[in-house]
Design a protein around this ligand. Structure first.
Ligand code: ADP
Ligand code: MG
Length: 271
């Protein structure tokens, strides 16, 4: 085939068949530019290929964000590091880089309610997706329910295998899962299956000593904690609740604002 034999009108169809949507969208515009600026053919091709790859990356990240079910708006950009001095930003940024996901490392955030555990784990999850990893966020009790239903339907193995595709599963509020709700041990099976293989991040309102209620018996609790902490980073997040602190700061600000200023009147509607 010579170059003259190629019918340019078939190009859009060929690019669609090859699944190259960015080529399809941009080739005419870039070809005009290449012709008018006298680009070598290789440059023209490289520019289009670059667009195609960048667009493909964006689509992948969008797909992975969708499947992750992360709580909206809880990102590193909206996390106030000054509010939690025990968790310095460089430490979180190192976690967000994702090296700990190799060989299935774990991350466990323990602390009282309202200190930002859900927020920081979601934010790390978000950053990991942007770095190319796959993440799934769930409240622990929701996942336990799902896995129990799968066990009843005799498809637990398939349900666990489906979760293998995620490099990280974020189990939020693990201490809200109760053994009376989980008369079976699906949560333990998930933890045992992922041990040294795929990562788990956990948010817990209680220290390990309070985890007895989660698993059917003491031996299983010890075995689960043992596996989880073997290769784990533990974030101790005990502090005053961020919500309470925000409410106190608000009250103080209002007390310090003279009642007659127009500013105070404007703020009234916002409360
Ligand atoms: P926890 O999971 O520890 O109970 P959350 O992550 O749900 O706490 O935090 C409670 C609320 O406060 C959320 O709306 C969260 O976004 C916000 N929050 C907590 N800590 C911070 C922080 N350091 N910076 C910004 N918002 C925060
Ligand atoms: Mg939470």
């Amino acid at each position: 085939m010579t170059a003259r034999d190629v019918d340019i009108h078939t190009l859009p169809g060929m690019l669609t068949a090859l699944r190259l949507p960015s080529f399809h969208k941009l080739w005419a515009e870039i070809a005009t530019r290449a012709d008018s600026e006298g680009w070598p053919a290789a440059r023209f091709l490289a520019v289009l290929a670059e667009y195609e790859l960048a667009e493909r990356d964006m689509r992948r990240i969008r797909r992975h964000l969708n499947e992750a079910h992360l709580p909206a708006g809880k990102t590193l950009a909206t996390f106030d590091f000054k509010a939690l001095p025990s968790l310095p930003r460089p430490r979180v940024e190192a976690l967000a880089a994702g090296d700990w996901l190799e060989e299935g490392g774990n991350l466990i955030a323990i602390g009282n309610s309202g200190t930002g555990k859900t927020h920081i784990l979601s934010a790390i999850g978000h950053a990991l997706i942007e770095a190319g990893h796959r993440v799934f966020y769930t409240r622990t009790s929701d996942l336990v329910q799902r896995l129990q239903a799968a066990r009843r339907d005799l498809v637990l193995e398939a349900a666990l295998a489906k979760l293998d595709r995620f490099d990280l599963i974020i189990l939020d509020d693990i201490t809200y899962a109760h053994k009376d709700q989980a008369e079976t041990s699906v949560l333990f099976e998930l933890i045992a299956r992922r041990y040294e293989y795929r990562s788990i991040a956990i948010a817990a309102n209680q220290p390990f000593s309070g985890w007895d209620q989660i698993f059917p018996d003491k031996a299983m609790t010890v075995a689960a904690i043992d596996r989880l902490v073997h290769h784990a980073t533990i974030l101790e997040m005990n502090a005053q609740s961020y919500r309470q602190r925000a409410a106190t700061a608000n009250k103080r600000a209002r007390a310090e604002t003279p009642a007659t200023t127009s500013n105070d009147n404007q703020n009234k509607g916002a409360d």
